[in-house]
Design a protein around this ligand. Structure first.
Ligand code: AN0
Ligand code: CP
Length: 324
């Protein structure tokens, strides 16, 4: 594997889920990361991604350097050919090349602006690192995807499912701030690669990118969609159609006990951070149905499996080489 910036970088989902679960059982591992350094750049806040990825790297024997790039780094210019006479002090070309001298893997978090859809879809920060770094790049949540969260979610469903083809419902929930579509996009993409019955439910105007939805059913009646669900993944996102806007804050979409009662005693997932009693009620989050902490724990093993794969020597057949 050359990079992990999108789910499509991961050819064999089942293999990497098994690897992550084996690493989870193992507790410690051989040290494929000894003498190697992971550099993490955060352009936005994080709790889980930052700490679970650092922990994963250390479990593999790696050294870790973390920078809050938005606060501590030079303001970066991403435009090719820019005349840099304003507030941007450093070009991504030098920044990525220099980081590649210090790090064996570079991991980056950079949220979308949620104003200009075409611009966000270029995922400029992650893709520029990919273009100008000479080492593998890992997406720690970019403008349109969060593949490490999605791998975690696939691992969690695999681990906790007690039936052959569980019904998995992704439901929108209200939130006071405009949030990206990255988490639901990646969740849908990864579930489409699993043996599950996936249903998406959201209010009118909140349909995700049709290129992500593909043939997955979208039901605008939440109560209808929740029927017989074995897993419910709750998440807010801002409108894709009316890009970045909050069209409604309808609290009738909050996932509470009444909604849970419509399901097949579903296990309730959320990537966290979650706003209690807006997105999910206290009663549900504090009930045995909530698996959000179990899910957050799995972030470590997802990251460990991905970092391990990126550290493994290129295969002679090519494909996994990252030195071309
Ligand atoms: C972010 C989001 O929805 O993409 C990060 C989630 C992992 N959430 C918030 O900003 C609250
Ligand atoms: N789920 C997740 O990515 O959490 P953080 O934003 O805290 O990293």
């Amino acid at each position: 594997m050359k990079n992990y910036t999108s789910l499509s970088d991961m050819e064999n989902l089942q293999e990497i889920i098994s690897e992550a679960l084996a690493l989870k059982k193992q507790n410690s591992s051989a040290n494929p990361g000894k003498g190697k350094t992971l550099g993490m750049l955060f352009f936005n806040p994080s709790l889980r991604t930052r700490l679970s990825t650092e922990k994963a790297a250390k479990l593999l024997g790696m050294d870790v350097m973390v920078m809050n790039a938005d606060k501590d780094g030079w303001a970066l210019e991403f435009e090719d050919g820019a005349v840099m006479d304003s507030n941007k002090a450093e070009h991504i070309k030098e920044a990525a090349a220099v980081l590649s001298q210090y790090c064996d893997i570079i991991a980056v978090r950079a949220f979308p602006g949620l104003v200009d859809r075409e611009k966000d879809e270029q995922d400029l920060v992650i893709n520029s690192f990919k273009k100008y770094a000479s080492v593998p790049v890992v997406n720690l949540e970019g403008a349109t995807s969060h593949p490490l969260q999605a791998l975690t979610d696939a691992i969690t469903v695999t681990e906790l499912s007690n039936r052959k083809r569980p019904k998995v419902v992704l439901t929108w929930a209200p939130h006071p701030r405009a949030l990206p579509q990255a988490v639901p996009n990646s969740f849908v993409e990864v579930m489409q690669r699993m043996d599950v019955e996936l249903v998406i439910t959201n209010p009118e105007g909140y349909d995700l990118d049709p290129r992500i939805i593909k043939i997955t059913p979208v039901i605008h009646d939440q109560n209808e969609a929740l029927k017989n669900a074995d897993f419910v993944y709750v998440k807010n996102w801002s409108s894709y159609e009316h890009y970045g806007q909050i069209l409604n804050e309808d609290r009738s979409w909050t996932f509470d006990k009444e909604k849970l009662d419509l399901t097949n005693n579903a296990q309730v997932m959320h990537c966290l951070p979650v706003r209690r009693n807006v997105v999910i009620s206290d009663e549900v989050l504090d009930s045995p149905n909530s698996v959000v902490i179990h899910q957050a724990n799995n972030r470590t093993f997802a990251a460990q499996a991905v970092l391990k794969k990126l550290l493994s020597p290129p295969t002679p057949e090519g494909g996994d080489s990252y030195n071309e």
